[in-house]
Design a protein around this ligand. Sequence first.
Ligand code: FES
Ligand SMILES: [Fe+2]
Length: 452
Amino acid sequence: MKPLIDVQRGLQSARIYHDRDVFDAEMERIFARCWLFLTHEAAIPNPGDFVTARMGQDEVIVVRQKDKSIKAFLNVCRHRGARVCPVEAGNARSFVCNYHGWSYGTDGALTSVPFEKELYKGRLDKSTHGLREVARVSSYHGFVYGCFDAAAPSLTDYLGDARWYLDIWMEANGGVELLGPPSRSMVHCNWKAPSENFVGDAYHVGWTHAAALKAGGGMLAPMSGNAGLPPEGAGLQVTTRYGHGLGILYDTNPGSHDMPLAQEILAWQAKKRPAIEKAYGALRARYYGSHINGSVFPNTTYLWGSNLFKVWQPHGPNRTECFTWAIVEKDMPTELKQRIADSMHRTFGVAGYWEADDNDNMESESQLSRGYMTRQGSLNAQMGIGGDREDPELPGVVGESAIGETSYRGYFRFYQETMNAATWADMKKGDAGWKRELTEAGSGLIGEPVAA
Ligand code: FES
Ligand SMILES: [Fe+2]
């Protein structure tokens, strides 16, 4: 396959949005071996509680075990491959296939087969026909991830430096929870279009969302219509080892874009902040109360401050299912949590007025890449290239200003690495040089032809 990513020049081939071969390779190289979000622990508190989820194009059942651990299994019967569990969530003692009635325990074991004695005459080995188990399931502050590849790094190591930033609102503030069930919608775009947008695109906010910013009147409203840039030092962009990235706009928690609600949230946070500052230091405590956009590679995104958590599930090169939860602090009063969730769904839910703005862009960039000539060209993520650096205090690679494409470059640098590598062991080789690849990118750009 021709190279898709030019790290040195900050370019990506337009083929990444449409090409079927690229999509199939992504299912194997990315979705079959990276950690993927499954659910939040609070959604399945008791033995037998389950949700169904997706890992790439595979469907899985995520189920709480009798010993309280969590396991995940392919939602596929070992007889003729029909779906074993047809519903999104519930509590079960067993999963019974709709086709011929094979029955599985919540531990995945095949427990009963109709007319086993009469029809199989002792020749079916039930012990080798349990549901196929997802190799790894692990939890980060209640957020449950699964991984098909037993050789992958631990979830903790996979999140790596990103945890230093995430821990402020995943741990320091007492933790967060997802309010479900998630809303679901189908977007006619490639799964990377929204994932890259959330990983590091503060550039589009004032322009794409100009009307939404004005109508909402939240703390970011002054950006409407590209009226101005945030001042120097107003934020931060970061990218980390495995492509996870984030952007921070300091002290602009917009409370889901609703000023009265923002004031209430700011008052709530002001009470908690001194303790966070004491425990985690002033530098990190500042992220609590800031607006943070981010993605965990490959397809999980969140906006802290806009209170959304989304997963972009690939169904095909130009079909992506969006799962959306509201994300709230655990110890908030129930009534405040609900108002935050309502506000999030007004803005970023299925019919949210910010969501519609974004989907328009996601769909056009993905679908235009069907054009034969269009996909011979390249996509540009050069903003801030040459200014990415290591920082003595901040983990990862840091960009030079609040608005730039540092996190895009880090996301696609790892995308290229994982698409090219045969195994996780091969990717070990990248540990030493990945930062240098990014911080040394961009030299000699001016005058070079812009082509993939
Ligand atoms: S396909 Fe499931 S019982 Fe036959
Ligand atoms: Fe947006």
